[in-house]
Design a protein around this ligand. Structure first.
Ligand code: F6P
Length: 342
């Protein structure tokens, strides 16, 4: 069998571990061949490939990023490029394609599958917002990096009796903020799922200092927003993929807090640090298991599916189910932070 593989969307720790797992499983267990497409769907559209064998994936388990490269491609470009992509796959004799990616990549995988291409998807995103899988690899690494950063911010905030707001990734889903906030003992966690009340944040900050606490640490997901009319965020427009450009919610909330509380406030934006570097052992294991099970599914002809973690087992779920909606933070999970807020 000949398997095509690509990594699409924003990169994520564990992508290289998946590539290694697919290549090793396919070659050593099934005697199959693997062809990598460069830079996600763009490489498939432009017919840019790289052969992958066991030697090519040596040392990849621990390396961050993706050796295949990644890129975002606008959905309309993908739709109109379907015939080209099918042509390129046929030209290389690809029997099954294994795309590894987040919501955008898996939606494209579903499109291709509907167009008759045998596909087995693998979910990845540090945001952990793919539905149908308990976790995606990359998330644990991102949470660990954010937690370490917040632990460090606690001591400097204490020394200066400051309010420190830490902005973490999370466009539509606040999973990183929620988990890093719980893990680091943050006093406040703001997520995209629930607009925050600026008056309430001001009250919480004042109350902490009034009762003699030394500092405040707030974790703010980049997609968090205040209640309508309270503190309009600057408009950054949208990028070429239709994604809203963020303008720094932590910085803007910080300015408002400083004005209204008289306390010193600083904002720290963790940004792409959360996506870089070596994956945690948890993510290496999850990525390796995803790669192994996706390759097995490919050889068993179980197409149009995506591997998913359910409890401790890896299962297959229809791509259609996985991309139907995003997995966002539930109100019951948010309620768990109440005892630790303030
Ligand atoms: O992968 C998803 C994500 O991490 C979002 O949380 C974030 O908004 C986005 O990537 C930023 O990615 P980029 O700067 O590469 O477009």
């Amino acid at each position: 069998m000949r398997i095509g593989i690509l990594t699409g969307g924003g990169d994520c720790p564990g992508l290289n571990a998946v590539i290694r797992s697919v290549v090793r499983t396919a070659t050593t267990h099934y005697g199959s061949e693997i062809l990598g497409f460069r830079d996600g769907w763009r490489g498939l559209l432009e017919n840019r490939t790289t052969p992958l064998d066991v030697a090519a994936v040596d040392g990849l388990l621990t390396r961050g990023g993706t050796t295949l490269g990644s890129a975002r491609v606008a959905p309309e470009h993908l739709r109109s490029g379907l015939p080209e992509m099918k042509g390129v796959l046929a030209e290389h004799g690809i029997d099954v394609l294994i795309p590894i990616g987040g919501e955008g990549t898996l939606t494209a995988a579903h499109l291709l599958s509907q167009a008759g291409v045998p596909v087995v998807g693998i979910p990845k995103t540090i945001d952990n917002d793919i539905d149908g899988t308990d976790l995606t690899f990359g998330f644990d690494t991102a949470v660990s990096i954010a937690t370490d950063a917040i632990d460090r911010l606690h001591t400097t905030a204490e020394s200066h009796q400051r309010v420190l707001l830490v902005e973490v990734m999370g466009r539509h889903a606040g999973w990183i903020a929620l988990h890093a906030g719980l893990a680091s003992g943050a006093h406040l966690t703001l997520v995209p799922e629930e607009p925050f009340d600026v008056d309430e944040v001001v009250r919480l900050v004042c109350e902490r200092f009034e009762r003699g606490d030394t500092h405040v640490i707030g974790v703010v997901a980049e997609g968090a927003a205040p209640l309508p009319g309270q503190m309009p965020l600057r408009d950054g427009g949208v990028d070429e993929f239709g994604h809203r450009r963020f303008t720094g919610v932590a910085q803007q909330l910080g300015e408002e807090l400083e004005r209204r509380t008289g306390k010193e406030v600083r904002a720290t934006v963790l940004g792409h640090v959360q996506r870089g570097g070596t994956p945690t052992s948890f993510d290496r294991v999850l990525a390796t298991r995803f790669g192994l099970h996706a390759t097995t599914a490919a050889h068993e002809g179980r197409y149009g599916q995506m591997v998913a973690l359910r409890g401790t087992e890896i299962e297959l779920i229809p791509l259609a189910d996985a991309v139907a909606r995003l997995k966002t933070v539930t109100s019951s999970r948010l309620a768990e932070t109440v005892a630790f807020t303030g």
